[in-house]
Write a protein that binds this ligand. Sequence first.
Ligand code: ADP
Ligand code: MG
Ligand code: ZN
Length: 633
Amino acid sequence: MNPTQDQKGTGGQKMPGRPQQSNILSILVIGIVITFVFNLIIGNLTAGQKRQVEYGQFIQLVENGAVGQAQIDDQQIAFTLKDGTSEAVLREILRLGSGEPRSMTGQVYYTGLLEDPALTERLLKNSVAFYKPIIQPNPIRDFISSWIFPMLIFYGIYFFVMRRFSGMGGPGGMMNMGKSKAKFYDMEKNTGVSFDDVAGQDEAKESLVELVDFLHNPEKYKQIGARQPKGALLVGPPGTGKTLLAKAVAGEAKVPFLSLSGSEFVEMFVGLGASRVRDLFAEAGKHAPCIIFIDEIDAIGKSRDNQMGANDEREQTLNQLLSEMDGFDSSKGILILAATNRPEILDKALLRPGRFDRRVIVERPDLPGREAILAVHAKKIPLGADADLNEISRSTSGATGADLANMINEAALRAVRLGRSQVLQEDLMEAVETVVAGKEKKDRVLNPREKRMVAFHEIGHALVSVLQKHTQPVQKITIIPRTTGSLGYTMQAPEEEHYLMTRSELLAQICTLLGGRAAEELEFGEASTGASNDIERATKLARNMVTQYGMSEKFGMMGLESLSSQYLDGRSVFTASDASNAGVDQEISRIINECHAKAAELLRVNREKLASLAEYLYARESITGTQFMERLA
Ligand code: ADP
Ligand code: MG
Ligand code: ZN
């Protein structure tokens, strides 16, 4: 059973943009508006109704005694005309038509200032009242134009550049590093998930129910002087419902759910992670009571003294997280949930009391658990009368909640594909196979010889299995190729859930795995590549028997390997000496060879049955366990 992908929660809403940024924007807008209005007023004061004339015309007007007052600036001369000047003269000098306004004297005229040494003399001679204005110092205007205005301009440029940079380098941008609080976590006001949506995790739920109560009635615990737990660590394989459980806690407590993944803390820039942790806790403080959920916490919580070389960024982030967890007051009602599938690599500091002091194990569901999970998800689809969820759960040993949810969905899809409005048992069974072994690959056509080989191989497995004690009943045998690359398989399901395996059962299982190859050899006199997966699994079982379960004569109960990632792939590290390692290989090969010999012997004795069943399977491509047993009897 392969764990399927982790389905990320949907419906999370992103936090709105940082308030400070909109402040900057409004300051800028107000600045621009003020400048605009200011310019408008200044402009209006000075503008008036002016009419430009040539310098020559101005001189002519002066000489004719028509100019009353003249104001001489740095660049221009503005002047008005005397009342009572002959209109005809004016019209002639100004070259005006008869349609022009009559009152030309009320108007201000201006002309450009030329280098004219005789000007003063001319004005005096014609008794023009002329003056040069003294510019009054205006402290407010000076201040605005020499300080505020440049500042606004620089601010504008700065703002523009910021915008540009923050477009680069992903969210946050390089200039904003550590500042962008938005977008690195999701927040759901109400997850809408309840404990009823999580099936088959009763122990985990039990430990979490108490936490819900903490969030509900912090006072109750305060009164009696009990310190509330700050956090709980959800530990288990992928797809078992850790994220779902965390959401259910938030849903049951009716508090907001702030979630993010540990890897989102650790980014390109040193210091960013730490500042994000700070921001996250600050944000959580505003929403309290609430739940912070850190998924994949191993991304930051990796033990600091591991050999893989120091990672400053991660350490800083982790340190920040530790100090935030110490710092906040749990009576405020902030609960930190974290999930991991590699608890063994977590830094011990994270796990000490006062931090993630509770550990909630979320295991793969057992038989009743699987049935309950199937039932939860089957509620969403119309089930046919013949649907038997118990049978499905029996054939899905090792499946996680996510696998089972996926199976229900696949079954519904198949029903739709076949034009049915109800999901029947055959849809469910087919979905199990689809999830376990991949989709049927109809376009892969085996040639008859290959097909016969596969048929013998599969019957070999099935026959070796039923001919031994301590094995699981055969449920289905098929030689229809699957998209995962398997050319056929034999499905077995236990009658009841097993938690322990005995030595005899392990050996029987290894024999069964090797039965496929043994059948090929017996019938065709040679081996094919079809047994590689069987060999791998058989070898692994044999290895575990020797190194972990203490089931070999040579080493006895000596532990030679220890599990390094129990909840992921079950990888283990060899802990004994090199000399022992060679001995282990000998032991493994002895077990494998003995089992292979036993399987070959069983098949040799039952050769006719092997042949007749293989031909039967060859003709039908897919037979049920019942059909198999009937033919065998
Ligand atoms: P994890 O976080 O442990 O990897 P998730 O919580 O993301 O797993 O589970 C993925 C999906 O699988 C869930 O959204 C849910 O549909 C289904 N699922 C997993 N476990 C359960 C369960 N115990 N009961 C019901 N559904 C489950
Ligand atoms: Mg998850
Ligand atoms: Zn096989």
